[in-house]
Design a protein around this ligand. Structure first.
Ligand code: SF4
Length: 226
């Protein structure tokens, strides 16, 4: 996809949603970090329901560490893989206290060294908490990048690196959210809503579904017989 089309693609996503952000609820970089760790293979909604109660009683590394693994499990047991996640979050809290004075580090290497934190989680935190122009490629972004032709790739690292080159600089900071939301609500895995998609004429996906919206009829220019 050439630069003019890539620019137009993001212009349209921006016009539809000028201030995109994560659907996870959080009030600090630490809450965001915990929410993102909990969101692996779970919906943002299920995480929000759990963290709403959790953050009321504990919203700092010290507070959550004090709950212990079992105490934390009590709040997050409606989320998939909650036992593993509880162990990781408690270990992560201890590491933040011991190595980072209880603060979330603004540093990729330090973030990825935390238990339960991989490249994707680090990218989300760097982008959303610290405003870095990173792109965390999840299943939605991977699909949209490949289908549209924006940044086709065989794996998430390849797509991430291509996106970092393909997204025009002015859109880089928010690209992550626009692409996730587009994949989650429009360009869905099984039933992409191509017929109403604002990117339809720019998108290179060969198996677009449905018809393009009908163009408004133009008044006839032919002279009618009187
Ligand atoms: S036209 Fe279809 S395949 Fe292309 S981005 Fe839109 S929903 Fe996805």
């Amino acid at each position: 996809m050439n630069l003019a089309r890539r620019t137009e693609l993001f212009r349209r996503l921006q016009a539809a949603n000028p201030h995109p952000t994560t659907e996870l609820r959080y009030a600090s970089p630490f809450e965001l970090l915990v929410a993102v760790v909990l969101s692996a293979q779970a919906t943002d909604r299920s995480v929000n329901l759990a963290t709403e109660r959790l953050f009321e009683v504990a919203s700092t590394p010290q507070g959550i560490a004090a709950l212990g693994v079992e105490g934390l499990e009590h709040y997050i047991r409606t989320i998939g893989l909650y036992r593993t996640k509880a162990r990781n979050v408690i270990a992560l809290c201890h590491q933040l206290i011991e190595r980072h004075d209880g603060e979330v580090p603004h540093d990729r290497e330090a973030l990825e060294a935390l238990p339960g934190v991989g490249r994707k989680t680090a990218n989300v935190v760097l982008n959303t908490a610290f405003g870095e122009p990173t792109i965390a490629v999840d299943t939605h972004i991977f699909r949209v990048a490949n289908r549209t032709g924006l940044a086709p790739g065989r794996n998430v690292i390849e797509v991430e690196q291509k996106l970092l080159r393909a997204v025009p600089a002015e859109f880089l900071k928010d690209a992550h959210h626009w692409l996730i939301l587009h994949g989650r609500y429009v360009c869905q895995a099984r039933r992409p809503a191509c017929s109403t998609c604002v990117l339809r004429d720019l998108c290179e996906y060969r198996e677009k579904t449905g018809d393009a919206p009908a163009k408004p009829e133009r008044p006839s220019t032919r002279r009618r017989a009187l």
